[in-house]
Design a protein around this ligand. Structure first.
Ligand SMILES: C[S@@+](CC[C@H](N)C(=O)[O-])C[C@H]1O[C@@H](n2cnc3c(N)ncnc32)[C@H](O)[C@@H]1O
Length: 206
């Protein structure tokens, strides 16, 4: 997986993304935003915001910045912000989440929905999320992680070579991810179809 392959995959997905990945991932988006326990005035960063399907779910009294590497996905997000008059959205910016232009300790909460198994370097992504999050802040992650069910695990292993084409890694391992990033999970919930995805609330590790 590299940035060019990701941009190509999401350039292709942008037109159909909401139909294909809208409803199936939506329970997880709602769960994670509830788990964020947003407070009035919270400054929130969503990395890999995509077409902005999550943006209408944020309360009106927070400030949300969304970033993404795909211009085509962001164009859809900008249209949504305008059409739905989402005043809680401060900005929607084209930016690599692995090398963000924000200063240290800028945000109260940083969230990645269905992104950590998509980026080229998930450890660098978490390092950056951690850097821009205030030390007392929280990091939230929704993602599919490799199944512990032997049958599903074999299917995911078979699909792994298609990662580049699909734009995500089906065999992304939770324990390995936590060990490499040093993230400390304080809460974990299963979400979406068959509870196949997880929502994690983590302490900032910076
Ligand atoms: C599976 S989509 C998830 C979109 C959205 N969060 C949702 O809930 O539907 C993954 C998104 O991550 C973005 N992405 C991948 N690598 C990125 C990077 N390095 N920096 C910023 N965004 C990235 C992709 O362009 C894509 O929009």
């Amino acid at each position: 997986m590299n940035i060019d392959a990701i941009k190509t995959a999401y350039r292709r997905y942008a037109r159909i993304y909401d139909v294909v990945f809208g409803p199936i991932f939506h329970p997880g988006r709602k769960t994670i935003i509830n788990a964020m326990e947003c407070r009035p005035g919270d400054n929130i960063l969503e990395v890999g915001v995509g077409t902005g399907l999550s943006l209408p779910l944020y309360p009106e009294d927070v400030k949300v910045t969304g970033i993404d590497i795909s211009a085509e996905m962001l164009e859809k997000a900008r249209q949504r912000v305008e059409l739905e008059e989402l005043n809680q959205v401060e900005a929607v910016l084209e930016m690599d989440a692995e090398a963000m232009r924000f200063s240290d300790n800028s945000f109260d909460k940083v969230v990645a929905m269905y992104v950590v198994s998509v980026v080229p370097d998930p450890v660098q992504l978490v390092r950056e999320m951690s850097r821009v999050c205030k030390p007392e802040g929280d990091i939230f992650i929704a993602n599919h992680f490799r199944s512990r069910n032997p049958l599903l695990k074999s299917a995911e292993n078979l699909l792994a070579p298609l990662s580049k084409l699909a734009g995500f890694r089906p065999d992304f391992d939770l324990d390995d991810f936590l060990q490499k990033t040093g993230l400390e999970v304080v809460e974990m919930r299963s979400v979406n179809l068959f509870g196949y995805w997880k929502v994690l609330r983590c302490k900032n590790v910076s």
